[in-house]
Design a protein around this ligand. Structure first.
Ligand code: BDP
Length: 672
């Protein structure tokens, strides 16, 4: 299995069932054709129902007499999601029987059949967020920022904008993309990088984008674009991009009109402004609100939205980087137009293996908020390490209630590699993102089980141990990279290997590892307490005082909030240094354990994927050892806990010199 079909049904069913609907929409027709192709069970009726709440949800019921099923939904999209729910049940549980014999139980796994209960409602579900969106960081030149699975999936050369066509190859590939997204409830895609090229808004590109939008629409997926705030200059020839300038406003209004003429249900713009060198309203002494509202006004007549990112730093000289989003946005709370959403990363820094939640979610009381999660594993071993991210995202939702959010965005991990995501297990992160975007209450292990069953096999001898591996994998990564609240000790810019001594004269200090761990002969960690940078002060009560108090602060965040002496006694009675070593070692041991488990999975997995995952896990183990030895070597030297020099300690270790394991050669990695 080359992994190209993701978790989708691999075999067309020999469906003799009748699938019927009176809904003529393209989306409902997609639902019918998916069921007709893959369903192996009773007859199904898809029916719109105005009495249901106005969202993408659905209900599945037995229709009575002949044991057929009825999927009810207010919207056509709900019919599609209901259809996929049935296919998921079939794929994870086995052939479905709809209870003619009156039995109310699932048959045993050995029977590979699942009996639908004769009780009235089989399943009922509606999404937690109306907006469930992928953010692609794809550039028009085909490269992908932080992409680890090849080049962009959008093959612009294969799209003929004038004729409105795309190559057969691309169509086939993007159909899988659409089906995969729809199967997990994703209903929007931002096609391009937040570091946006202005050329994406040229008519040439818009014509091609229309072709993509037309293809995604029948799957319920709306098209969005990331825009460069200075587009009126670069793509429109104006001398300014000042949001208060009449010509600038007019340029955006015309551009928006042009877009909606081509794509009547276009979703809106995503904007990274005045962040990491991107242009923005600040260039003209205007606020984020003034910039966002200008775009929002142009989009409002068409029901378009502006997703404005809060990922900013560097505009407040000397201030702790993790505080700057709140500093910059809090005073603008309530000043944004109704169709502006503030999109914030889950943590206050930048997608680290573990961060406390971002306090901006506590501070913005009058502004609709979305969370941005990173599916692509920029800081978690890229697509070379097996790291399942659902436990990390679930952790975020224990601090920030889904009810506070209007939408959820995930930075995609897709590329043109045959298997889409590089590592076969990285597909699970795309899957889990969609499932949690639909229902953040789902347990991460049940999502893992679902994904494993659909992607590999339903055999519990495989699913049980591999679910355990997936569930443990994120904590293992934290342990071998940055335990106890350490963060950002990655090698310059490519964010892959360790570089605890990193201090680069030509980069901002906020990019340097030494700025984040602050290790010295006395201790280690970033003092963000009241007497330090007071980042704790941005948190709602009681987190502000919990994080401020070294004895109350959860140990997994200890070095995020405190500068702690090497001999500090932790809860288990051992010193900080001893605990640090234990965590690094545990991380490595865990990867070794994952390898042992995987080796026992050989009978359940096709050779192709078995070999790839084996090679990747070996590579992960080497990397984990490198992380441990480099970090403990360096910190050991600084603290005086290890007598020999760090260079001697790490001299014999495999170094990450950027070479890839043979099996991966030729893949995109390490983009600055
Ligand atoms: C960082 C990435 C960088 C992105 C930036 C962002 O390293 O490539 O452009 O975030 O989110 O994580 O804007």
């Amino acid at each position: 299995d080359d992994g190209s079909r993701l978790w989708l049904n691999k075999q067309r069913g020999a469906c003799t069932a009748k699938i019927e609907t009176s809904d003529k929409s393209d989306i409902a027709q997609t639902a019918v054709s998916e069921l007709a192709a893959f369903w192996n069970g009773c007859d199904i009726i898809l029916s719109r129902d105005k009495s249901l709440p106005d969202n993408d949800g659905f209900k599945i019921e037995r229709s009575g007499k002949n044991g057929s099923l009825i999927v009810k939904a207010r919207r056509s999209a709900g019919l599609l999601y209901g259809a996929y729910e049935l296919l998921r049940m079939q794929q994870t549980k086995g052939e479905i029987y709809s209870g003619k014999t009156g039995q109310d139980t699932n048959l045993s796994a050995a029977d590979n059949k699942f009996r639908i209960s004769p009780s009235v409602c089989v399943s009922s579900s509606s999404p937690a967020f109306p907006y469930r969106i992928l953010n692609h960081w794809d550039n028009p030149d085909g490269s992908v920022e932080r992409g680890y699975a090849g080049k962009s999936i959008w093959k612009w050369d294969e799209i003929n904008g004038e004729k409105g066509t795309m190559s057969m190859d691309l169509k086939e590939r993007l159909t899988i993309y659409c089906r995969a997204n729809a199967s997990i409830g994703i209903n929007g895609s931002v096609l391009n990088n937040v570091n946006a090229s202005p050329y994406i808004l040229t008519t040439e590109y818009l014509d091609k984008i229309k072709v993509i939008a037309d293809m995604m629409r029948p799957y319920g997926i709306k098209t969005y674009l990331a825009v460069n705030f200075a587009s009126p200059m670069a793509a429109g020839g104006l001398e300014t991009a000042d949001p208060a300038d009449a010509k600038v406003k007019e340029w955006w209004e015309k551009k928006v009109k042009e877009i909606y003429k081509k794509i009547p249900d276009f979703g809106g713009f995503l904007v990274k402004a005045n962040s990491e060198g991107q242009p923005g309203p600040g260039d003209y002494h205007r606020t984020h609100a003034e910039g966002a509202n200008m775009l929002a006004k142009a989009l409002a007549p068409y029901n378009g939205i502006v997703m404005w990112r809060s990922f900013v730093y560097g505009n407040h000289e000397g201030e702790d980087r993790v505080k700057q989003a709140v500093t910059e946005f809090e005073e603008l709370d309530g000043k944004f137009a109704d169709n502006v959403i503030l999109q914030s990363k889950n943590g206050p820094l930048d997608f680290q293996p573990r961060e406390p939640y971002a306090p901006i979610f506590d501070r913005m009381k009058h502004t609709p908020m979305w969370v941005e999660l990173q599916i692509t594993q920029e800081y978690l071993g890229q697509s070379r390490h097996l790291v399942y991210l659902a436990p990390m995202w679930k952790e975020f939702f224990t601090f920030v209630s889904p009810q506070q959010l209007q939408g959820i965005a995930g930075v995609a991990n897709t590329g043109d590699n045959t298997n889409w995501c590089g590592h076969p297990f990285s597909q699970s992160n795309w899957y889990a993102f969609g499932r949690l975007a639909w229902n953040p209450e789902l347990a991460s292990d049940s999502i893992a089980r679902e994904w494993l069953a659909q992607t590999f096999t339903r055999d519990t001898a495989f699913i049980n141990p591999m679910t355990a591996v997936m569930e443990a994998s994120r904590e293992a990564c934290v342990d071998y990279m940055m335990p106890l609240g350490l963060h950002h000790i990655f090698k310059a810019d490519h964010h892959y290997g360790p570089e605890p001594d990193g201090l680069y004269p030509n980069y901002p200090i906020e990019w340097c590892p030494v700025y984040y761990h602050k290790a010295d002969s006395l201790g280690i960690g970033f003092d963000r307490t009241r007497t330090g940078t007071d980042a704790v002060g941005q948190y709602r009560h009681p987190y502000d005082s919990i994080y401020n108090d070294i004895n109350a602060c959860p140990e997994e965040y200890l070095l995020w909030f405190h500068h702690v002496s090497w001999d500090y006694k932790m809860k288990n009675g051992k010193t900080l240094w001893e605990n640090l070593s234990a965590h690094y070692n545990r991380g490595v041991d865990e990867v070794r354990r994952f390898i042992g488990t995987w080796q026992r999975m050989r009978p359940y997995v096709d050779t192709e994927r078995f070999m790839i995952v084996s090679a990747l896990l070996d590579h992960q183990l080497e990397n984990a050892e490198e992380w441990r030895d480099t970090c403990l070597g360096y910190f050991g030297k600084i603290s005086g806990k290890i007598q020999e020099t760090a260079t001697e300690t790490s001299a014999n270790l495999p170094q990450d010199d950027g070479t890839q394991p043979a099996i991966l050669q030729g893949r995109e990695t390490d983009r600055p």
